[in-house]
Design a protein around this ligand. Structure first.
Ligand SMILES: Nc1ncnc2c1ncn2[C@@H]1O[C@H](COP(=O)(O)OP(=O)(O)OP(=O)(O)O)[C@@H](O)[C@H]1O
Length: 410
């Protein structure tokens, strides 16, 4: 049986294709596979082209018809977009389910609806650049071309930052570390940890350090003038495990800071030689004050992420048993951490088709079963479910993200 794959921009609707990649569908006519969309939209690429031309006119964009499966969302995009006070949306879930695509499309949609928007990736394996088809690396704000209102992207690379930090500390025997840490918004921490040879510590980084660097950036922009303009901030988070560590980080740092202070006290009272390294009692008190300030900043972030008025965590999943089981665990952890979570995006649902393709019929049945699992899941059933169709083209670039945004965020 030949394999076919639905890349609308690269071949005609009725032509099967012989490219072997994972997630390809067994032979079925593309025309019937995507029939509701395809029949009324002869060319997806021409649709993208018209979106591209119209992208400075958001009102026109909103009128474009989409291929979305019926949505069950009750509190929809109107509620997300209303108000000019700053709101944070964190999108998370299992790897590969479409977190980045959904986060980027939400950011584009906010920007097209008048909100100066920032989209931040805290996933060490960034794909924001790929999603926007634009180089967003570098750890600074990068403007995204296209949307009606300003849209900026920021990719934070905690692992790279840790590597840079390690090489700075090794090359300079510790000097320069503070400058670097200052740049990461962790200056105070560097000062206090300098004596504890952080460079060595980084050879065996404690769990949560990468997230510490990511969250320190978050603190930086919360306090900086440069970021004041943004009324919507969308986070494309790392897969589930990282996200939970990020959320519990303030507690982790709190505990770590406590341990460091205790360690200092212990050592300095044990030997006078080390006492001279750590400084006099007055200095120690100063250090304790600074660390206490850092702890307070972390508490501020923790509170912000739990503020139902400003923050929402949106779980993204796909209709498979494995993804839904993980989403259920994530939801339970978020609720335990008191992080507001109201919406569940079920992405990549096979659209209906008139074809008799057995593979698609089986897949659809499987997906329907998985969706019914959500409805009876004790954690997920209370969330507003947003169903988003699997589209027949890779979501890359602002016009494609606008297209996806109109499917998902209604
Ligand atoms: N609704 C959809 N229809 C078709 N393709 C989609 C859809 N949503 C996402 N994709 C595609 O699926 C792939 C993975 O999406 P994406 O990178 O957004 O997932 P992710 O959850 O952020 O992945 P990772 O965990 O690796 O960061 C991409 O190629 C994207 O274009």
């Amino acid at each position: 049986m030949a394999l076919c794959c639905s890349f609308a921009h690269s071949f005609s609707p009725s032509k099967p294709m012989a490219v072997v990649v994972n997630h390809c569908f067994y032979t079925c006519s593309l025309k019937s596979h995507v029939s509701p969309f395809w029949n009324s939209n002869p060319s997806f690429s021409s649709k993208l082209l018209s979106l591209s031309i119209a992208r400075k006119k958001p009102r026109t964009l909103l009128q474009v018809r989409s291929v979305a499966a019926p949505t069950e969302a009750t509190a929809g995009f109107d509620e997300m977009v209303s108000g000019t006070q700053r709101k944070y949306y964190m999108l998370g879930g299992k790897g590969g389910v479409g977190k980045t695509s959904c986060a980027a499309s939400l950011a584009v949609k906010f920007a097209n609806n008048g909100h100066p928007t920032l989209v931040v990736s805290t996933d060490p394996a960034h794909s924001l650049s790929d999603s926007f088809a634009q180089d967003l690396t570098g750890g600074t704000l990068v403007p995204v071309e296209g949307p009606y209102s300003p849209l900026f992207a920021l990719e934070i690379n905690p692992e790279k930052a840790r590597e840079e930090f390690r090489s700075v500390s090794q090359n300079n025997g510790g000097s320069g570390v503070k400058d670097f840490m200052d740049g990461m918004g962790l200056g105070m921490l560097a000062e206090q940890l300098g004596e504890l040879k952080l460079g060595e510590l980084l050879d065996t980084p404690p769990p949560g350090l990468d997230e510490a660097i990511a969250i320190s950036k978050v603190i930086q922009f919360l306090e900086s003038q440069e970021y004041n303009m943004f009324t919507r901030i969308v986070f494309d988070t790392a897969p589930t495990g990282h996200t939970l560590r990020l959320l519990s980080l303030p507690d982790f740092l709190d505990a770590s800071i406590g341990k460091i202070l205790k360690l200092k006290q212990k050592i300095s009272s044990a030997t006078s030689a080390i006492k001279s390294v750590f400084g006099q009692e007055e200095n120690r008190q100063n250090a304790a004050d600074k660390l206490e300030k850092l702890r307070e900043r972390m508490i501020k972030v923790r509170e912000l992420f739990r503020d139902t008025n400003s923050t929402e965590f949106v779980i993204v999943t796909i209709p498979t048993v494995m993804a839904i089981s993980e989403s259920s665990r994530l939801c339970a952890s978020l609720k335990k951490e008191s992080v507001p979570v109201n919406r569940l995006v079920v992405n990549q649902i096979l659209p209906p088709s008139a074809s008799d393709c057995k593979f698609c019929a089986m897949k659809r049945k499987d997906q329907t079963r998985a969706i019914s699992m959500i409805k009876s899941d004790p954690e997920l059933s209370s969330l507003t479910m947003i169903q988003a169709a699997l589209v027949d083209v890779e979501i890359r670039g602002v016009p494609a993200l606008q297209f996806l945004g109109d499917i998902v965020w209604k």
